[in-house]
Design a protein around this ligand. Structure first.
Ligand code: GLU
Length: 270
């Protein structure tokens, strides 16, 4: 069976060792590798990072095939998918600020608190009034209604086997905002189908998101690929490598004399 997968970084910084590990995990299992740049949050992306990602992957010898999918060039396609969900009555406007949500939540769930559903209960008149007053809002998926429409769903995870999707684990996720008219969740399922991805290989930090992705795929009539979630590389402090913690970038390592072969060899034993 041919395994078509993708590496989908966001051009918000230079790639570090954690990205290289993820790209390598995809590369070693896939027969065909696509490259996608997830840059819908255009405010956080910078032109130099687009070229640097390609340069760093080429340096590592992790070759992709076909055209690079650059998400920010396709907002109208995501708008169509969003409209489809809206027509089915599955979206509602949420006027809460991040601070409102934090205040309303008493029991944090994991790293990220679940949205308590405040605006789900607004009447049509209240919504219309707020929208008319120009209040900014995000569009959230009504996960309970959406799950009821979609019926029971399953997805296959490489190490865990068949899993019953529990999309409510992430709550009513945001699918669009004024500044960013499509969310990661929406764009990723759209593009995975568009690029005919058969296997998604990504970090285990995205395992929870897979539950919501299975739901969105069902709602949008898209196939659910097979999933594998690899462990995350951690630094000496035991925390996952992250851009915000200034993990050494691949280009810094390269400048310091590290070879691509030594990086990939280390992954073999990781
Ligand atoms: N763009 C995501 C990231 O950089 C990856 C998304 C995915 O693999 O589904 O973390």
């Amino acid at each position: 069976m041919s395994i078509l997968s993708r590496f989908a970084p966001s051009p918000t910084g230079y790639l570090h060792l954690g990205h290289a590990y993820s790209a390598w995990q995809v590369f070693r299992r896939a027969n065909i590798l696509r490259l996608r740049l997830e840059d819908i949050d255009t405010t956080r992306c910078r032109p130099e990072f687009y070229a640097a990602i390609q340069e760093d992957l080429t340096w590592l010898g992790l070759a992709w095939q076909g055209e690079i999918r650059v998400q920010s060039q396709h907002f109208p396609e995501y708008a169509t998918a969003l409209a489809h969900l809206r027509e089915r009555g599955l979206l509602y406007p949420c006027f809460c600020s991040r601070a409102d949500i934090a205040r309303a939540i008493t029991a944090p769930h994991g790293a990220e608190a679940l949205y308590p559903g405040t605006c789900r209960h607004l009447s049509a008149a209240e919504r219309a009034e707020k929208i008319a007053s120009g209040a900014p809002y995000a569009l959230r998926l009504n996960v309970k209604t959406a799950s009821a429409q979609a019926g029971p769903l399953k997805f296959h995870e490489d190490q865990k086997g068949w899993i019953t999707a529990e999309p409510e684990r992430l709550g009513d996720v945001v699918l669009a905002r004024r500044e960013i008219p499509a969310s990661y969740h929406l764009c990723v399922v759209h593009d995975d189908a568009l690029q005919n991805i058969t296997h998604i290989i990504r970090g285990e930090d995205l395992f929870e998101a897979t539950h919501i992705h299975a739901l969105l795929q069902a709602l949008l009539g898209l196939p659910t690929p097979a999933y594998a979630h690899h462990k995350l590389l951690t630094g000496p402090d035991g925390k996952r490598l992250a851009k915000r913690d200034h993990a050494a970038t691949l280009r810094e390592m390269r400048a310091a004399g590290t070879t691509a072969a030594s990086i990939l060899n280390n992954f073999e034993g990781a």
